[in-house]
Design a protein. Structure first.
Lengths: 246, 390
């Protein structure tokens, strides 16, 4: 690999800056921290989604699918396109979950925007409530997970989810859903969807981290969760969510 | 465009999760609960007229109860793990109770009551039959050979107590099935506090209709006279129970229509399109209003015995179709619309798959096979009429 003098100065400069603010070697190099460094009780995960920043490219859907081996035709995350005409029902589409983005709008003059969707990681989760054996649960760090070795595949949780985020995995015959890339976030990484978003429309947040920008964000922006009347204590917050979104 | 989808569904909603087998589950448990409640009319409420159906109703309930968990087992992604519901039940789950409610009802209520009712017959049959039948009956005596009047009195008293416990248990069994659906707040088609009580009364209706038809069919097969006082009384109870059931369902409909909440437009459209045949035609007109009109006519006018018998069979069969349609409309209808209220999907029934039509037909025939075996083993007819059975 050829490294120019310019590259060397850039990397060296970054190392110097990070080292000077007390960053660890793992953070500098991006290497996985030791597994015992992660304390579940220190975290409470969620996500911020800025509707205005989403361009409907489908990068997040593709990245999620690849990262988590999501079976074809099922979605841990997807993007919906809303086209809203005054006084009418919104027109919504999500071709193949926006895996390949969207075709151009056929009509002009409508209010149009994209809405990324994923498991809302509800704190009072109806899916967790109904599981007959407790195979689905909220982890101590606030992520709703499914124990594949325990799930009966009864699909009561699929019925109970108000947001359509669950499905039966056709190979394991157990229920599957977004894990908020638990295997990544516990290693100090962000989720595949957040990492691949070119506009930063999706941000993984840790509500227990006092230095997380989420606190500043929530202080200065009007946010909403999906279907607030369901009272599920959803932890995926949307900025500038239109009232037409279901 | 996705085939079978109109409007917008969340991508994971296109495929239905609860199939025809889950339609069978409340239908079968409903027949169990209804048949048992009819049996209890004679035992606890001393409605002597329905006595000829008492044993038949108990055997009907048992035949269907033995089959009730099978559609669930076939439906599970991992049936081999279902026992976990007994070992580590999740206490906040409505569904976790199923195993316990089922076991309670099967063992404490139904098997015990049938055994107590038949104990003297079993002892007699163990003495009079030969070969394998003798061994079977000997085993069924559970070692209890005493059929003295005093011991029969004890049987009767304990049996009465079991029936008294059985009535709320039957209510629990089917009210609970209704609660499994009624408590899903994410689904406005299901979410209703009326759901358990609607399920309960529809269960009573279907169970009473099933015993009415089975009794008349059994008499026909056995070439025995149908007790008209008995069928008249059952038809009367069917009529009254059906009126309560229909009133509750209409109350639910009127409430939804008048309240017209966020989901109403979507659900209303579904009823007028995808559910038009199964709900409006089959459930309401064919399966409810027609049998109600027939039953009402038999209450108002005096028909000849043969005509009444025909009317009762017709009303009973239509009722069974109507209640099946009701279960279908609840289970399948509740998954045809999107929780976004912006689209609809289609349910396509497979044929020879695990959750297809073929296993469903098999599961619906199986209780009748079990019923025939039970009737052979434990004849429900009075002793003098079964003298030649062996």
């Amino acid at each position: 690999m050829d490294i120019s003098r310019r590259d060397l100065f850039q990397v060296g400069g970054k190392l110097l800056v990070l080292a000077s603010v007390g960053a660890t070697l793992e953070q500098i190099t991006g290497a996985a921290p030791p597994s015992d460094a992660y304390k579940m009780a220190d975290h409470w995960w969620g996500m911020l989604i800025d509707i205005d920043k989403c361009i409907g490219c489908g990068n997040c859907v593709r990245a999620c699918s690849k990262e988590n081996n999501v079976p074809e035709g099922y979605f841990r995350t997807w993007v919906e396109r809303y086209q809203v005409e005054e006084g009418k029902q919104p027109r919504v589409d999500s071709p193949n979950g926006a895996m390949d983005g969207f075709p151009p709008n056929t009509r002009t003059g409508l209010k149009a925007f994209f809405v990324p969707k994923l498991c809302n990681q509800c704190a009072d989760s109806p899916c967790v409530q109904v599981c007959p054996v407790g195979a689905t649960f909220v982890s101590p760090d606030g992520v709703v997970l499914v124990d594949k070795s325990y799930c009966l595949g009864c699909r009561y949780c699929v019925q109970a989810c108000p947001y359509g985020c669950r499905y039966l995995h056709p190979e394991t015959n157990t229920v599957d859903k977004c894990t908020l890339c638990y295997h990544r976030i516990t290693q100090g990484l962000t989720t595949a969807c957040c990492e691949s978003c070119p506009t930063g429309a999706r941000q993984l947040v840790d509500f227990k981290n006092p230095r997380d920008p989420v606190h500043e964000f929530l202080r200065h922006n009007k946010v909403q969760v999906l279907k607030p009347y369901m009272a599920t204590e959803a932890k995926v917050y949307y900025k500038n969510l239109d009232g037409s979104v279901r | 465009m996705i085939p079978g989808v109109d409007g917008f569904m969340y991508p994971n909603e296109v495929e239905l999760q609860w199939s025809l087998l889950i339609v069978l589950y409340p239908y079968i448990t409903g027949l169990v609960a209804g048949a048992f409640i009819l049996a209890s009319l004679e035992r606890v409420f001393k409605v002597e007229a329905v006595k000829p159906t008492y044993r038949l109703a108990l055997l009907t309930a048992l035949a269907f109860l033995l089959v009730a968990p099978l559609p669930l087992q076939l439906h599970l992604g991992h049936p081999e793990r279902s026992f976990e519901m007994y070992l580590t039940p999740h206490t906040s789950s409505a569904m976790a109770m199923f195993g316990f409610v089922y076991l309670w009802y099967l063992t404490v209520v139904l098997l015990l009551e049938i055994w107590l009712e038949y104990r003297a017959d079993i002892v007699r049959l163990a003495q009079t039959s030969s070969g394998i039948r003798r061994i079977v009956y000997k085993l069924l005596t559970l070692g209890s050979q005493n059929v003295s009047p005093a011991s029969r009195l004890i049987d009767d008293k304990v049996g009465w107590a079991v029936t008294v416990i059985g009535i709320p248990s039957a209510f629990l069994l089917h009210g609970y099935v209704g609660f499994i659906f009624g408590s899903v707040k994410a689904n406005p088609w299901w979410s209703s506090p009326l759901m358990p009580i609607v399920f309960l009364f529809s269960a009573m209706v279907s169970g009473i209709a099933a015993v009415l038809v089975l009794y008349m069919a059994a008499m026909k097969v056995k070439k025995m006279a149908i007790d008209m006082r008995c069928v008249d009384t059952i038809a009367k109870y069917l009529f009254y129970t059906f009126i309560i059931d229909f009133t509750l369902e209409m109350l639910d409909l009127v409430h939804r229509t008048y309240e017209a909440d966020e989901s109403f437009r979507s659900l209303d459209f579904m009823v007028h399109t995808r559910l038009w045949f199964s709900q409006v035609i089959l459930q309401i007109f064919v399966g409810t209003l027609t049998p109600l009109a027939i039953l009402a006519a038999t209450q108002v006018w005096k028909f000849r015995d043969a005509v009444r018998r025909g009317l009762y069979v017709g009303a009973g069969l239509l009722t069974l179709v109507g209640i099946f349609a009701m279960r279908w409309n609840v289970v399948i209808g509740g998954q045809l619309f999107s929780k976004s209220f912006l689209g609809y999907t289609t349910y396509k029934i497979d044929f020879v798959t695990r959750e297809g039509l073929l296993p469903a037909i098999f599961l619906m025939l199986l209780p009748f096979v079990i019923f025939v075996v039970l009737v052979k083993l434990l004849p429900p007819w009075p002793e003098r009429e079964t003298a030649g059975v062996d």
